[in-house]
Design a protein around this ligand. Structure first.
Ligand code: COA
Length: 424
């Protein structure tokens, strides 16, 4: 038994944001039926190819545990098949450019007429307003959502982050909306529209930066490095380098080997509660009683001096030694892990966060498993489907097409290459 067993999802998503959402639903046990354009499929199947002829890692890593059906949604028989899928599914998820679903003839009003219980969940770049018709990719959302303007160093340009907060982040938001809508449907019997705009998702994740925007009105942001450096604040939340976003100052500091290893660094937080222990660990016991260092307020203008001294100590240790020494004292530190280190981490493999999957075209590869662990709904990551791998299975088993009816649909070419599908 899985949490979403029995829930059928019509997955009209592509690229990253929508597929992240439907992959999660599949991991929670939903039957996710991915609709793809005949002969082409999700554009990411053939993007960033590393093994000629095989589906890319970009595609495989976002589409596990799904079934694939090829349907031409602009063809009359294709629309007939889609209509039947809408009738039978609980959720339709899509992240087409604004208006694309309407142009196919599947407006919210039409979908509701076909199945009033269905939940229609969409990712768009922007919510209603002047940018609602724009096409949007990850970095556009990071920029329009306030992330880029607050990331990077004060003396440099805005910076986008490696974490895909616009795409995968919005996929997560959408999944949450879908689950809430399914829960509400239990009481009302009705479906609803769920919209997760990427800009809104990024803004949600940048909440603390809007907090700081308002704090600026009453004075400088004293926990930012620039305060101690005597650099004046402007009228907008500035880029804060690696300063901690919370009330406990933190920085990224060099560790042993930093000269040759780009990831020989640690994050170090000078949490007030363990300040005295930090003083002992770094060999500065006199700071415990020195009025310039003894209180959090006194330390704020001296963060560069403090972190410089801590770094003199961290540079004598590897990032893992820093962790081993600091952890027993409850001093919050974290090694800067490279993707190579994450890929090789035994612990992450044991918990199913890093998973090895076998694929008929590409052989074994690593992926990120379900980051949410449920005690009664275990996740087994299975490979992504080949293009149209389940077309016949879905037409016959889910939609009940058989005999001449099935032949008619296949012969129309609306569900993929006629000869190939007929052979199946
Ligand atoms: N059969 C026939 N046509 C299909 C089809 C199918 N199975 N699936 C898609 N199409 C058509 C669409 O109907 C659309 O046609 P139209 O423009 O004539 O109406 C066309 O394919 C292209 O769809 P679109 O969504 O515009 O793709 P794109 O590659 O041009 O744009 C995005 C890609 C991501 C920029 C755009 O989809 C978008 O902005 N999505 C919302 C925001 C988002 O999710 N962005 C992040 C992606 S990770």
């Amino acid at each position: 038994m899985k949490a979403l067993e029995g829930v059928k999802v019509l997955d009209f998503t592509h690229v990253q944001s929508g597929p992240t959402c439907t992959q999660l639903l599949a991991w929670f046990g939903a039957d996710v039926i991915k609709v793809e354009r005949p002969g082409v499929g999700d554009a990411t199947r053939k993007q960033l190819i590393d093994k000629p002829g095989a589906d890319s890692l970009y595609f495989t890593m976002l589409n596990h545990n799904k079934r694939s059906i090829e349907i031409n949604s602009k063809n009359e028989i294709g629309k007939e098949v889609l209509t039947k899928l809408i009738e039978t599914c609980d959720v339709l998820v899509e992240n087409f450019a604004p208006g694309a679903l309407d142009r196919m003839g599947f407006s919210w009003e039409n979908i509701q007429k076909i199945n009033p219980r269905i939940i229609v969940a969409s990712v768009k770049g922007f919510g209603p307003g002047k940018y609602e018709d724009c096409k949007v990719y990850e970095n556009v959302a990071q920029c329009a959502g306030g992330s880029a303007s607050t990331t990077g160093f004060l003396d440099g340009p805005p910076v986008v982050t490696g974490a895909q907060i616009g795409d995968s982040g919005t996929g997560l938001h959408l999944a949450l909306g879908i689950l809430a809508a399914l829960f509400q449907r239990e009481k009302t019997g009705k479906g609803q529209k769920v919209l997760a705009p990427m800009q809104d998702g990024v803004i949600n994740l940048c909440r603390v930066k809007l907090r700081d925007q308002q704090r600026l009105e009453t004075g400088p942001l004293t926990e930012y490095s620039q305060y101690g450096e005597g650099i004046e604040f402007g009228d907008a939340t500035p880029r804060a380098g690696n300063d901690s976003g919370g009330g406990q100052p933190g920085r990224i500091l060099k560790c042993k080997g930093w000269e040759t290893d780009p990831n020989a660094y640690t994050y170090f937080i000078t949490q007030a509660a363990v300040w005295e222990k930090i003083c002992d660990v770094i060999g500065k016991p006199e700071w415990k009683t020195d009025p310039d260092f003894a209180t959090p307020k006194a330390r704020l203008p001296r963060l560069n001096q403090i972190f410089g001294t801590i770094e003199d100590w961290t540079m004598t240790k590897t990032k893992f030694e820093v962790m081993e020494i600091c952890n027993p004292h409850d001093i919050p530190v974290g090694p800067i892990l490279s993707m190579k280190e994450i890929a090789e981490d035994e612990g992450l493999r044991k918990t199913g966060t890093i998973v090895e999957v076998d694929h008929p075209e590409r052989g074994k590869y690593l992926t990120v498993g379900c980051p949410i662990k449920m005690s009664d709904s275990p996740v087994e990551v299975t490979r992504s489907p080949l293009l149209g791998e389940h077309t016949v299975e879905i037409l016959s088993q889910v939609l009940g097409y058989s005999g001449d009816e099935l032949k008619r649909v296949v012969a129309s070419g609306a569900v993929g290459d006629t000869e190939k599908v007929a052979a199946e």
